[in-house]
Design a protein around this ligand. Sequence first.
Ligand code: GP9
Ligand code: MN
Length: 427
Amino acid sequence: DSDDITEVENYTKYNYAEPNEKYFGKGKGKNIIKIHLESFQSFLIDYELHGEEVTPFLNSLVHDESKNFTYFDNFFHQTEQGKTADSELTMDTSLYGLPQGAAFVTKGTNTYQSLPAILDQEFGYTSSIFHGDGKSFWNRDEVYKHLGIDEFYHEDFYNMSEENVINYGLKDKPFFKESMPYLENMEQPFYAHMMTLTHHHPYLIDEEDASIEPAETGDGSVDRYFQTARYLDEALKQFFDDLKEKGLYEDSIIMIYGDHYGISDNHNRAMKEITGEEITPLKNAELQRTPFFIKVPGVDGQGVNHTYGGQIDVMPTMLHLMGIEAKDYIQFGTDLFSKEHEEVVPFRSGDFMTPEYSSVNDVFYDNETKEVIENPTEEMKKQKEEVLKELALSDEVLYGDLLRFYTPNDSWTPIDPSEYFYGTPEE
Ligand code: GP9
Ligand code: MN
């Protein structure tokens, strides 16, 4: 009830991180193009296979200063069984996914106070999600209404002919191509979320789409992982070219993220060959890094930013870039650019990473020596309690549908899901 939400509110307000004035409001009113890299782990960045870069285009965003991107190389996914859906939830609400199942499915009709809805109410943003799969996968056609998503371009809007489709759905190249006219016609300012799909387990690719040879570990998923990553990288380059041609590139915020791991720990033997290291529990935790890139028009990119953070931190970061105080809202993350951002990254399992040490399966490790910390300090143990408390409070919000009882500020109007409808192009 309302007592429970007060406890949560006290917690999130206490942990709030003040904006960095260098960035506060710098993206105000700009279109936001958010690009989902399916199953993309950060180890792919700068990885070379057969003497070739696997993802030359993404690598150029890291290294070519003139492109003005900031790349967070210590950014982690925080998803569980809800996989893609958990990443969507966490990035648009700054709540954690649930320990079991997918909140998108089991809590799809909850009350939410999402980033796209706030941007709509504050500045009149139109939001849309683009994804070449069936609209009800992960209960999207229901939960998107509760997140205040204006438009949902799903498989009915694309040419799903045989040559355009592989594995779960539309291939990334036709996906970006066919999304362009919809994007161009969106009312501005917009919040557009482009969700790719081809780089998804078991990483199937047609011969004519493969421009790099597979790896040679003998583990098919791992070997093909590099081929679909290369295909995604090429699709992204093509999309950037099209955005430039249509005049949508320069003045837009572009945000790129990986949703979750692609190679599970069932593939440790092959991953040892790929990384050249034994996949210990600590190494496995380190491999949960997923990329986060951002470009803000008029703001110098930083190249590589080593701040530790995760998907939970994206929404407060975006609110501050927009010049909106994140403090009003119930959010478990903090602004990645804030000087007060705390570098503790909870995983959904209760494990967590910090720059100096990690907690994995109830064992503490020194990140530098990789050794077990036999006698963890009181502070480390307290940190672990704090992580578990944070996850539990987030779960309370979802299980109790507590945002029903929370009014962020005078300008907030609760989202009315009955106002949203995702038809087909003919309707
Ligand atoms: C399906 C796609 C894949 O539409 O989002 O979901 P995942 O299996 O990665 O959760
Ligand atoms: Mn996914």
